[in-house]
Design a protein around this ligand. Sequence first.
Ligand code: XIL
Length: 362
Amino acid sequence: MAITTKCIHSRFILLFLWALLILGCKDSSVVVQEPEPSNEYTPLRSVAPFPVGVALQSSRLGSALHSQLVRTVFNSVTAEYEMKMRHMTSPSGDYIWDPTDELIAFAKEYDMQVHGHALVWHQSTPSWLENFRGTDAEFEDAVKNYITNVVGRYKDDVVSWDVINEAFEDGSGALRNSVFRRRMGPDYIARLFQYARDADPDVLLFYNDYGTIWDTAKRDAMLSMVDDLQTRGVPIDGIGLQMHITYNTPPLSNIVAVMDAVVQRGLLVHISEMDVRVNPQGDLSEFTSVRSELQKQRVKDIVTAFMDLPEANQFAITWWGLRDPESWLIDFWGNPEWGLLFDAEYRPKPAYEGFLEALTGN
Ligand code: XIL
């Protein structure tokens, strides 16, 4: 790759980060290995032709090392949980703006875009809605008000929203029987999109789900919904393909096929929530170089496939966390995991090199 002034500048920032890490560790007397020269790396944001994002928790921004690494490497952020309904409001329905305001201020200061996740998710329904006592029409008004207030407040700061997350069941592709489905009826998704569009004519609106790569019933349900929304002129701009995958499944051809189906419909592709599990069977108690190399190749393959899409359809790739030990995967699956781009000591892993190699064609 040609060494540009920007690249040299970026390397300088990263060397500064390493120095900070070493000083920080002296203070807390944690012994870490000084990084090898091969750990010198180029920030993804300085070479990627599309936004590269990471999920954040606002409390972690208090760590200088964490926030400096985030803003140096990435140019897009998503709240890992703080912009979900159950966190944007109290159990009684009062808005909680501070964590999102903080995250957005951080993003603005460092020239990063914000992807909103997620306006509606059945797993983050606050009790004031789950136990709503009014009529169905009043329920819908409350949901509409929520969308109008949240999307409206962040109109100038959030470029895109996951309007609804994970609406379809595994295996059957049936609509989940959430309180939204029960109260608003089977066409509720179309109205959610419309309320979001009415609140901000410019924001990009996404449907986001997992399993659409390997669960054909779910994939077909999602694509039929898209076709239906598009036929009726309901505003939808893109699809988030949650990339919670493992080092050896699902096959790359499946991932490419779903991305192609999204492109055929003229929509943006968001590789969202990316992490690559290396220990799905629980056979590892420590990260091995073999799995690390397989993980690297997997990341490289997926980024390469994304870059092969028409540029106009490449929305972003977003990682679901920064460092391995902070990943949701560990609690969720109950195995040791190393699914992200940085290790516990904030060092880029071979997977990071895989991402860079795909970007630079090396
Ligand atoms: C997870 C977060 O990582 C956790 O911190 C939180 O407690 C629960 O949600 N699919 C999604 C994400 O769409 O919102 C989930 O994030 C992971 C699965």
